[in-house]
Design a protein around this ligand. Structure first.
Ligand code: IFM
Length: 448
C-alpha cells in the first residue's frame, strides 16, 4: 500500500482502556470497580492475574504517549475509569480522579494528538454493580450524571466522546456466558440489563449535549456472520446471529427499535418492553465506532445459542484468541454499517491481533503475523472508503500489551511489548510497520 488514499485529517491512532493498562486502581481516592473485585476472585482470570499494576500507565502515561507520538500517529483513544471520579458511582465526587484525567488529556494534547475518549470501557463502580448494575432503573441517570460532569470539565479539549465500548460484550460476557462481571448466566437478566444500558446511552447523549459541543457516539464490536451454505436454515441462523451480535445495540440507538429477530433468539426470556420504552432508546450518534477482529461462518443448530453454531474455517490463520484472520470482513462490516445505519461518520476504533510474541532480543520483537495483519486490514479499510463509506479514522488495538480480561496477561495485542516484571517497553516490528503505513498516507497532527 504505497499511495495515499486517506485524507490528511484522517485520525490515525492506537486504542487502550483504563482497567487494562492503568494499574493503581484504588489510588488517589478511587473506589473499587466491578473488574477490580472480579479479577481478585479465585478462578475468574487465567493465572490469577489482575489489574493492580497492569502497565503502570497511571504513572507512566507521559512516556507511553511519547511512544504514540514517535510512531507518527495523530490520535489516541482511551477510557475513563468512572470509579476514580465517583468512587461509589453516584453522589460523592473525587476531584483527584478528575485531576488524573486532566493531566492525561493535557499530555495527549501537548503531543499534538487528538483525544478520543470512551466513558465506559467495562469497569463499573462496584457499588453500582452491587445495587443491580444495568438492571437497576436508576443506573442510567447515575451514568448520565457522571457524563455531564466530565463533559463539562473536558469538552473544551476533547472532540470525540463515546458512551460505551462494546455493549454487546458487557452483556453477553457478563450475563450470558458469565465470564466477565457480574459473572452470571441468566438470559432474561441479560435482556433487561441491555435495555438499562441502552437507556443509559440515551440519557448520556442528552447529558452530553446539554454541555458538550463536539461529537458523541458509541463503539460496537461487529463480527459479520456468513451462512455456511445457501440452505434456508443456515441463512436464518446467520440472520439470528446478526440480530443478536451486530444489531442488538445499533438498531435501538439509531432507529428506536429492537431487531425483529431478537425476541426469537431469547424465546421465553425476552421481556415484553412497552413500545414507548423502546422508541425512547433512540439517540442517533454523531459517529459509530466499529471494533473489528474477525468473522464467523455459521450453521443452523437448534441446540446452540441463537440456533447458530460457528463452524471452524480450516486452512486459515487464527490468532492466539482463536480468531480467524479475515480482512475482507472489515470491508464487508463497514459497508454493512453504512448501508443499514446511515451515512454517518465511521471510525475503526479497534482492530488488532494477539500472537504469542517472544521476549525482545537485542531490543527487537519480531511479529510478522501482526505486521501482515495490519497491512491487510488497512487495505480493507481503504477499500471501504473507495466504496463511499465515510470512514474517518483507524485505531490499532492496542498501544501496549495489557490485561486481556479473563485471559490476564497471557494474550498480547500490543504494538509495544511490555515486560510486566520490569515495565520495560519495546517497540515490536508491527509498530514500525504501522508507523510506516500511516506515514505513507501523509498524516497531519492537530497543529497542522
Ligand atoms: O482487549 C479487548 C478490548 O478491551 C475490547 N475489544 C477487544 C479487545 C481484544 O479482545
Amino acid at each position: 500500500m504505497s499511495q495515499a488514499t486517506f485524507p490528511g485529517d484522517f485520525l490515525w491512532g492506537v486504542a487502550t482502556s483504563a482497567y487494562q493498562i492503568e494499574g493503581s486502581p484504588l489510588e488517589d481516592g478511587a473506589g473499587p470497580s466491578n473488574w477490580h473485585r472480579f479479577a481478585h476472585e479465585p478462578g475468574r482470570v487465567l493465572g490469577g492475574d489482575h489489574g493492580d499494576r497492569a502497565c503502570d500507565h497511571y504513572r507512566r502515561y507521559a512516556g507511553d504517549l511519547d511512544l504514540v507520538r514517535e510512531l507518527g500517529l495523530n490520535a489516541y483513544r482511551f477510557s475513563l475509569n468512572w470509579s476514580r471520579i465517583r468512587p461509589e458511582g453516584r453522589g460523592r465526587r473525587n476531584p483527584r480522579g478528575l485531576d488524573f484525567y486532566e493531566r492525561l488529556i493535557d499530555a495527549v494534547l501537548e503531543r499534538g494528538l487528538t483525544p478520543f475518549l470512551t466513558l465506559h470501557h467495562w469497569d463499573m463502580p462496584l457499588a453500582l454493580e452491587e445495587a443491580g448494575g444495568w438492571t437497576n432503573p436508576d443506573t442510567a441517570a447515575w451514568f448520565a450524571d457522571y457524563v455531564h460532569e466530565v463533559a463539562g470539565r473536558f469538552d473544551d479539549r476533547v472532540p470525540y466522546w463515546a458512551s460505551f465500548n462494546e455493549p454487546w460484550v458487557i452483556i453477553h460476557a457478563g450475563l450470558v456466558e458469565g465470564v466477565h462481571p457480574p459473572g452470571r448466566r441468566d438470559p432474561a437478566e441479560a435482556a433487561r440489563a441491555a435495555h438499562g444500558l441502552l437507556r443509559a446511552h440515551a440519557q448520556a447523549d442528552a447529558a452530553y449535549r446539554a454541555v458538550g459541543r463536539h461529537a458523541f457516539g458509541i463503539v460496537v464490536n461487529l463480527e459479520p456472520k456468513y451462512p455456511a451454505s445457501e440452505a434456508q436454515a443456515d441463512l436464518d441462523a446467520a440472520a439470528r446471529a446478526t440480530a443478536y451480535m451486530n444489531r442488538w445495540f445499533l438498531e435501538p440507538v439509531v432507529h428506536g427499535r429492537y431487531p425483529e429477530r431478537l425476541p426469537e433468539v431469547f424465546g421465553a426470556h425476552w421481556p415484553d418492553f412497552p413500545d414507548a420504552d423502546v422508541s425512547a432508546l433512540r439517540a442517533p450518534p454523531d459517529f459509530i465506532g466499529v471494533n473489528y477482529y474477525t468473522r464467523a461462518v455459521v450453521r443452523a443448530d437448534p441446540a446452540a445459542w441463537c440456533g447458530a453454531r460457528a463452524v471452524p474455517v480450516e486452512d486459515a490463520l487464527h490468532t492466539d484468541m482463536g480468531w480467524e484472520v479475515y480482512p475482507q470482513g472489515l470491508t464487508d462490516t463497514l459497508r454493512w454499517v453504512h448501508k443499514h445505519f446511515g451515512e454517518r461518520a465511521l471510525y475503526v476504533t479497534e482492530n488488532g491481533a494477539a500472537f504469542p510474541d517472544g521476549a525482545p532480543v537485542d531490543g527487537r520483537v519480531t511479529d510478522p503475523e501482526r505486521c501482515a495483519y495490519f497491512e491487510a486490514h488497512l487495505a480493507a479499510a481503504r477499500e471501504a472508503r473507495a466504496d463511499g463509506v465515510d470512514l474517518r479514522g483507524y485505531f490499532a488495538w492496542s498501544l501496549l500489551d495489557n490485561f486481556e480480561w479473563q485471559f490476564g496477561y497471557a494474550r498480547r495485542f500490543g504494538l509495544v511489548h511490555v515486560d510486566f516484571a520490569t515495565q520495560r517497553r519495546t517497540l515490536k516490528d508491527s509498530a514500525r510497520v504501522y508507523a510506516r503505513l500511516v506515514a505513507e498516507q501523509g498524516v497531519s497532527d492537530r497543529s497542522g
